[in-house]
Design a protein around this ligand. Structure first.
Ligand code: CA
Length: 690
């Protein structure tokens, strides 16, 4: 049985050694280090100079979007980092925005700190072991964030961009922050903060573009840092919102790619895979696209056709099957996606030049990665989509969709939110000339976003305290990647990697990976020689399936135990109760569970299809952006999850004539008398987050 063992970085062996940092010429740093070295040579000999840290996170970017990972999108700045540093070919995230950020910033699996839902492995059901969790969950106080640890080591900490964590930035340990919390508007966000103080909404046509503004803030922080009288290292957490939907980009960038993608997603996949193999990043067999798999909260094909464009395509179907008009429309969408990444690279270049100007690039550890795979989501939020607006402009609201998402995640299967490799595998580029000798080299050891905290803390020479606020601090789940950074032959630091999101689960241990889509039969892959998950060996290796499944359950139990520890004083999400309609609580979700009579699933589907067009229209007319009814044939149950708007329109909807009609239509199929009253906890927060 494998359990996570304590992982604490070694104590800094030369505590009195001052680091080389930004803002001083290198010759001065060298002289300083030399003088210290005369007196403390035995101690310093094992202590690398503490680097500055620039951690760059992109949002919903595919594995092969950037040039140095096989992409055709122009990313010369990221490529240059890779050419002078390392590319991790097998690095994992948690397949979703907020859960990845929880791991990046704490070193724990998000489920263990209440930042994503846990599987209830005993009941085969969703559950949270009575713990409020998910995108609105509140961390235990022992799950302190990275900047607070780095501050203890003398770092100054800056945050620029997406946040998606519980709590504010300055209490988390950042000295300055620009937090963009409007993820629906790249040109005129309404919800954004500087140093935790809300800023006025950006006026339309003001010239603001979020990717540029986020970099501007980082540069402002770095310039201010260079003027600091004390010689401290910096940590800049640069979290772009690109290329997350809506696809919105600068027209001059879109123009570069306007006709680049007219040959389609199938050809693009083949081109990218050829380059990936040539670069030695991934070998294997390119899996076929999976047109029947898409986010269940997506708009239907009919809704996409009527609300977005007559040329919108909901599924990853063959490019050859599209009409010329559909091809033109789709190629434009990919051009906008490319433009968003193109601009992000330009802005990364500006930030790097600022660090170079400070004489600090040599001893700055730069890390670039994506928080999850490219997204197949196609939904409408924010200001919605104006079909007359220029694609990519502020008035448009487009999503990449399953066809291009499949291409962006080449050579892997599926998309953001799944635990197949396309959802969880990210390129990771690492650049640190002063600390890493290799140039342009690859690292094939598996790594995970939980590893960043222990890695950075080791380099900063700081330890996790034994207790925080009087609470015992559990061992981090991540492992330091410092040995791997320094040695291509270093041992795989992990005994196992565990994944669970949105019902999809996976466990990687050694050569093997067990993975299942939401409530479907587990698939087994020898991931070491079948990285693209093309040969399912579950039927021929039942013992291996049992072994990995047992480990998955054991770790799930461990994480549930941690998540239940030290609950917050006030729950993150107001409990749902029959009086919810009277409450003025923040928007929340309601969930229902209904049991069907045995053998009624087919009849349910038929009746559902009869009434759904009318019902879904009424739901949207009521202003409810998401409403899901899900049939689980295994347990013969229906689950329904809906958003409760601030005025609780969903609660009002329950009393309408239409819902009574729905109930009369469906009630004969129900085994138990479900009265549509909300279930208190199990399904809340389950569906549709960012
Ligand atoms: Ca994301």
């Amino acid at each position: 049985m494998i359990r996570f063992s304590p992982c604490r970085p070694a104590r800094e062996s030369g505590k009195s050694a001052r680091p080389r940092t930004a803002g001083r010429p290198r010759s001065h740093d060298r002289a300083y280090g030399f003088i210290i070295g005369l007196f403390l040579a035995p101690l310093i000999a094992t202590a690398a100079p503490r680097p500055n840290i620039l951690l760059i996170v992109s949002d919903d970017m595919g594995y092969s979007d950037i040039g140095c990972h096989g992409g055709e999108i122009q990313t010369p700045n990221i490529d240059r980092l890779a050419a002078n540093g390392l590319r991790f070919t097998r690095f994992y995230n948690t397949s979703r925005c907020w859960s990845t950020r929880a791991s990046i910033l704490t070193g724990y699996y998000p489920q263990a700190i209440r930042r994503d839902l846990l599987p209830d492995v005993e009941r085969g059901d969703y559950g949270m072991f009575g713990v409020t969790s998910g995108a609105n969950g509140i961390r235990p106080r022992w799950a302190r964030m990275l900047p607070a640890h780095l501050r203890a080591a003398g770092y100054r900490n800056y945050h620029s961009g997406k946040w998606h964590m519980d709590g504010d930035r300055l209490p988390a340990g950042f000295d300055h922050s620009y937090s963009l919390e409007d993820h629906n508007r790249f040109f005129s966000p309404e919800n954004h903060f500087e140093d935790d103080v809300k800023l006025p909404p950006v006026k339309p046509d003001s010239g603001y573009y979020s990717t540029t503004h986020i970099a501007d803030h980082a540069i402002k922080c770095l310039k201010r840092h260079a003027r600091q009288p004390r010689n401290q290292p910096f940590f800049e957490y640069l979290a772009f919102t690109a290329p997350h939907f809506p696809l919105q980009a600068l027209p001059e960038d879109i123009a570069i790619y306007r006709d680049r993608y007219l040959e389609g997603w199938d050809k693009l996949r083949a081109e990218r895979f050829a380059r990936i193999r040539e670069m030695g990043l991934v070998d294997g067999t390119l899996p076929p696209p999976e047109p029947l798999v898409f986010p269940r909260w997506n708009l239907t094909q009919e809704e996409q056709t009527t609300q977005i464009s007559p040329h919108e395509v909901a599924f990853a179907v063959a490019w050859d099957s599209l009409t010329p008009e559909q091809r033109r429309f789709q190629a434009t969408k990919m051009a906008i996606h490319a433009a968003m990444i193109h601009r992000m690279d330009i802005e990364i270049g500006r930030v790097l030049r600022q660090i170079e100007t400070m004489g600090a690039l040599d001893n700055t550890l730069v890390i670039f990665l994506s928080d999850n795979g490219a997204s197949a989501e196609q939904i409408l939020r924010g200001d919605g989509h104006d079909p007359a607006a220029e694609p990519g402009s502020a008035g448009s609201y487009l999503g990449l969709g399953a066809g291009w998402s499949t291409a962006a995640n080449t050579p892997f299967r599926l998309h953001k939110s799944w635990t197949h490799e396309g959802g969880i595998r990210t390129p990771m580029v690492v650049h640190w000339p002063a600390g890493i000798e290799d140039r342009g080299a690859l690292r094939n050891q598996p790594g995970h976003v939980i590893d960043l905290v222990p890695t950075l803390m080791e380099l900063a020479g700081v330890e996790i305290p034994d207790t925080i606020d009087g609470l015992k601090v559990p061992p981090l789940h991540g492992r330091s990647l410092v040995p791997v950074m320094r040695d291509a032959k270093a041992a795989d630091p992990h005994e196992a990697l565990w994944f669970f999101h949105d019902g999809h689960r996976a466990l990687i241990a050694g050569d093997w990976k067990l993975v299942s889509k939401h409530r479907l039969t587990p698939e087994l892959y020898q991931i070491s020689n079948d990285p693209c998950e093309t040969r399912n060996l579950a039927a021929s290796q039942p013992d291996k399936v049992r072994e990995l499944d047992g480990l998955f359950r054991q770790l799930s139990g461990d994480f549930a135990g941690l998540a239940a520890q030290d609950p917050p004083e006030t729950p993150a999400v107001p409990a749902l109760d029959p009086n919810a309609a009277k409450s003025k609580a923040a928007p929340s979700r309601a969930a229902f569970k209904l049991k069907l009579k045995p053998g009624m699933a087919a009849e349910y589907r038929k009746r559902h299809d009869e009434i759904w067009p009318e019902l879904s229209k009424a739901i949207r007319d009521a202003g409810i952006s998401d409403f899901t009814i899900y049939l689980d044939e295994e347990t013969n149950s229906l689950f329904s999850v809906q958003k409760l708007a601030p005025d609780h329109t969903a609660a009002k909807l329950r009393d309408t004539e239409l819902m009574r009609k729905w109930w009369a239509h469906m009630a004969p199929l129900m085994q138990t008398h479900a009265d549509l009253s909300p279930v208190r906890t199990p399904l809340k927060e389950l569906f549709h987050q960012d």
